[in-house]
Structure formats: C-alpha cells, structure tokens
Write a protein that binds this ligand. Structure first.
Ligand SMILES: Cc1cc2nc3c(=O)[nH]c(=O)nc-3n(C[C@H](O)[C@H](O)[C@H](O)COP(=O)(O)OP(=O)(O)OC[C@H]3O[C@@H](n4cnc5c(N)ncnc54)[C@H](O)[C@@H]3O)c2cc1C
Length: 299
C-alpha cells in the first residue's frame, strides 16, 4: 500500500491506523484505510488497486465484521455526500448512496410511516452493508424494498442490477461479485401507514430490553440452525443460555448476560479472544446438542 499512489481529490488514504472505531465490536485492530468520497474516486481506486494486483475489503459500519489485529489488505470505506432534503417529505422512490446510514432511513420511516421500511428497525449498518447482507429482522428483510443496486467492479466498470425475486435469500445477495463495491441503491416503500411508527417503537423497545445494544458487539455471533429432519430451527442463543454459559468471560470478552448469542467486548479484546470464545462455544454446542452452528459475523 505504501508504494501505491492513489492521487485523486476524492480519495483519502490512511496507512497503518488504529481501526478500533471502525467496527461496532471495537476489537483492537490496525490496518490501512482508503476513504472514497465519489463514484469517480471509487472507479479510480478499484482500477488502480486491481492493476497493481492488490485485493481489498469493503467496510461499511463494521457491524458484522470481526477485524483482525493486523489487516493484510486495505479497507475501503465510502463516504458520499448526498442531498438530505429527500428526507423532508416522503418520496415514491429514493436513490441513496451506499454510505447512508440505516438509522437515518429508519427515522424517516418512523416520521412518515413508510411501510416496508420497518423491516430494518434497529439494525446498525450502512445501506451498502445492509444490502450486501440482506439485513433484516423477524419483520422482514431489506431486499424487499430494494429495486436497483449500482456497483463498481474491481476493474473500475459501472454495473447496474435490477432486483428480482432471485436477487436475495436469507442474509445473502446473489449479485455482488468478488471485488464489486455497491455505491448506490434505488429503494421504494409499500405505501404510507401511520401505524408503522408504533410498530417501529415497539420493536425497538423489545430489542433494547432483550439485546445488549449499547455494548460493543458484532450482533449475533452464530446463525440459527434449521434442522430439516426435525423441521425445527435451533436458536444458538437459547442453547448457549440452557448450557448456563451466559456471563462466561475470556479476558475482557463476555457472553452477554442479556442475550447469549452476543459477545460483549468490555475492554481491549482482540480477534484471537473472539475466535477462542467461538471455539469453546462451538465445542460445547456440538457436544451437548449435536448441532454445528455456523458463524454469522464475518471473520
Ligand atoms: C447490536 C447489533 C445488532 C444487529 N442486529 C441485526 C439484525 O437484527 N439483523 C441483521 O440482519 N443484522 C444485524 N446485525 C448485523 C449487522 O448490523 C448487519 O449485518 C449489517 O447489514 C452490516 O452492515 P455494515 O454496513 O456494518 O456492513 P459491514 O459489517 O461493514 O460489512 C458486512 C459485509 O458487507 C460487505 N459490504 C459492506 N458495504 C459494502 C458495499 N458498499 N459494497 C459491497 N460490499 C459491502 C463487507 O465487505 C462485508 O462482507 C446487528 C449488529 C449489531 C452490532
């Protein structure tokens, strides 16, 4: 990274910086960060990196990522300006940059009662990260309100995807190819309904009661596991709770007393501490219940 010159007015390169604040779990982490402020900057950035045989990782809000102590590849984070007056009134369609925060969208939905937008209530994310993950709650998934996604490929080309019924599945998109970066999306809503704001409030209250939302976490650590033989969904949090492992601590990392599928970083936890805790839990879950839970957060 040191040798590469990314000379562009819309690109800021920060080498070997403390990345702690760039993920919601606040793990101790260092690495290179490239902040990109426009589509043209992004095209230039990706094509230069690719020409120089360099790989990279896109970082949204880091709410689903466990950052390693020393990252081997640079992170790219988008920070596009946009006209926020679109939120002054409800629109039929919204064209928003991937760096817009989901919290801004939820508060707009709350204000005007946008049906369909309640599905991402309380999810910490950038719009791009939420689309990549098809983020959702038990109210639904963000994929249901996305119409079109615009991306830049690793060679710096523009790509547009019109969303259809095959574009998303559970916590998954099927159109972002390796090296693609989502920079913009077109969203709709499903009409206006004054009851939505109550729904959002109730859902947020419920989450605040049951999940450690103020602590440093990466959300749920394990995916719930569907067992087709018994036609049941095994909930990792419930199983960890049944094993009496809430509160288990490795150094500064604790299984949340509020919700057993969350790990709280209460100080200087590292990637290695998280992997150690995951190892302990996976072993016990397999031993006691015979279930192998997949990890939800990216590591
Ligand atoms: C307290 C808490 C509660 C949570 N609750 C939920 C929940 O209820 N439901 C849920 O679904 N998730 C939940 N999560 C997880 C997380 O919020 C979601 O996965 C969210 O979509 C991550 O968005 P992000 O912007 O932080 O993406 P990141 O974590 O930064 O990235 C996630 C993935 O998306 C890729 N990516 C990010 N931006 C782009 C882009 N512009 N172009 C291409 N790829 C990109 C990254 O490379 C990475 O692979 C929770 C997390 C926390 C901390």
């Amino acid at each position: 990274m040191q040798k590469l010159k990314l000379d562009h007015p819309d690109i800021v390169v920060s080498l070997d910086i403390d990345l702690k604040k760039y993920s919601t779990m606040r793990l101790d982490s260092r690495g290179d960060l490239i902040t990109v402020k426009s589509k043209e900057g992004l095209k230039f950035c990706l094509s230069e990196l690719t020409k120089n045989n360099m790989t990279y990782k896109v970082l949204g809000w880091g709410a689903n990522m466990l950052l390693p102590s020393k990252s081997k590849v640079p992170y790219i984070q988008l920070d596009f300006e946009f006209d926020r007056s679109v939120f002054n009134n409800p629109q039929d369609e919204y064209v928003l940059p991937a760096s817009a925060s989901l919290a801004t969208l939820t508060s707009h939905a709350n204000k005007f009662g946008l049906k369909g937008w309640e599905v991402f209530t309380g999810i910490p994310a950038s719009l791009g990260g939420a689309i990549f993950m098809n983020a959702g709650t038990n109210l639904g998934e963000i994929g249901s309100v996305i119409k079109e996604v615009k991306l830049i490929t690793k060679s710096g080309e523009e790509k547009s995807v019109i969303v259809d019924k095959n574009s998303f599945t559970y916590r998954h998109n099927h159109f972002v190819d390796e090296g693609d970066v989502i920079y913009e999306a077109r969203l709709i809503h499903k009409g206006l309904d004054p009851a939505i704001s109550n729904k959002i409030k109730e859902y947020l209250d419920m989450r605040t009661r049951t999940q450690p939302l103020k602590e440093w976490t990466c959300g749920c650590v394990f995916k719930n596991h569907y067992d087709p033989k018994r036609d049941v969904t095994c909930r990792a949090g419930l199983f960890i709770d049944i094993m009496g492992m809430k509160g288990l601590t490795i150094k500064n990392l604790t299984i949340s007393p509020k919700h057993a599928n969350f790990m709280e970083n209460r100080g200087e936890s590292t990637y290695e501490d998280v992997l150690e805790m995951i190892g302990v839990l996976k072993k016990e879950l397999k031993l006691q219940f015979g279930v192998e839970f997949e990890i939800e957060a990216e590591y």
